[in-house]
Design a protein around this ligand. Sequence first.
Ligand SMILES: C[S@@+](CC[C@H](N)C(=O)[O-])C[C@H]1O[C@@H](n2cnc3c(N)ncnc32)[C@H](O)[C@@H]1O
Length: 347
Amino acid sequence: MPCAPAEAARSTLTDSDLWHYLARVSRSVIASPSPNRSVLELASQHAQPELFGSQGLNHPDRIATSPIKAVNVACVPQYSPLRYPGGKTWLIPHIRHWLQGLPSTPRLLVEPFAGGASVSLTAVMEGLVERCLMVELDRHVAAFWHAALQHGPELCDKVTRFDACRANVQRLVDQVPNSLIEAGFRTLVLNRTKRGGILAPGASLARSGENGKGISSRWYPDTLNRRLTAIHNHCSRLAFMEGDGLALLESISWQKSDSVFFIDPPYTAGGKRAGKRLYAHNDLNHARLFEALDERDACFLMTYDRSPEIEQLIERHQFHAVQVLMKNTHHARIPELVITPQPLFEP
Ligand SMILES: C[S@@+](CC[C@H](N)C(=O)[O-])C[C@H]1O[C@@H](n2cnc3c(N)ncnc32)[C@H](O)[C@@H]1O
């Protein structure tokens, strides 16, 4: 078994080292059934936990409002089968502006806090980047991505055959899955039938569902299968790894010209409770995240809620931020920050 990058000098690895490592791991672990399989495809089959090691001042007027508006999710194509709490479909026009404005098409977009991965999927499917690496710590979410990338057709088949009545969903809640496909399918069903798509412990199944239509009100087999099929069709350009996104960011000295980062961490700075309720993994050292991006001079776009702690970190690292007013589920407009190393969206 080759030596994992995390065991090597943390500061000297490059992203090509990473791909090299993945290629060697892939070769050593499986006799590939298809000689044409790409490193990306193989990487998504063999997530290596050891790769990641272990697991301003608040002056509202100093942050301008972005001239690009948050869009209603119905206005942009949705590619993720997961309805993810804190999902970033509303940010897609900003993402397009950012990636299309770069001097060349990035070879790799890294999404270290992937969740429903709406940005990675959009970037690959709209040809804004060559390939994406999605990283997520939650093992249930990870099971879904592994299953979607490795067993797309089988997952579609399960979606088609599933009757999303309360008894069947409850059976899945109580079940311990015995295969990767079953674990991934279970995550998909629970995500589409739990209140707000929340998978964190304590989240309950939807009672009346959307417009009182019951527990299956967000279970759209045809739409889900279309999205799963599109992911399957792009799987040579999508890789998924289960692990700590911050540790991955810190353990590789990413080559700036090759890699860009979309960062959407849980919003828990200052002990905020919303982020804690939404995700099983929400304990993040936000200061370390800012340092990692600054030290690597990374090309990134990061989102956060407005909080004094985050605004201080933006100021300390001399990053740039605009706010975007987006509507929450109760139709209240709340500001979110879009943070970049250079000004990108100033009015
Ligand atoms: C705000 S959500 C991302 C939502 C995503 N942008 C989307 O559009 O669906 C943050 C995600 O980060 C994950 N997470 C939290 N800590 C992590 C860590 N250290 N490494 C990787 N993922 C982590 C959470 O489980 C959650 O899925």
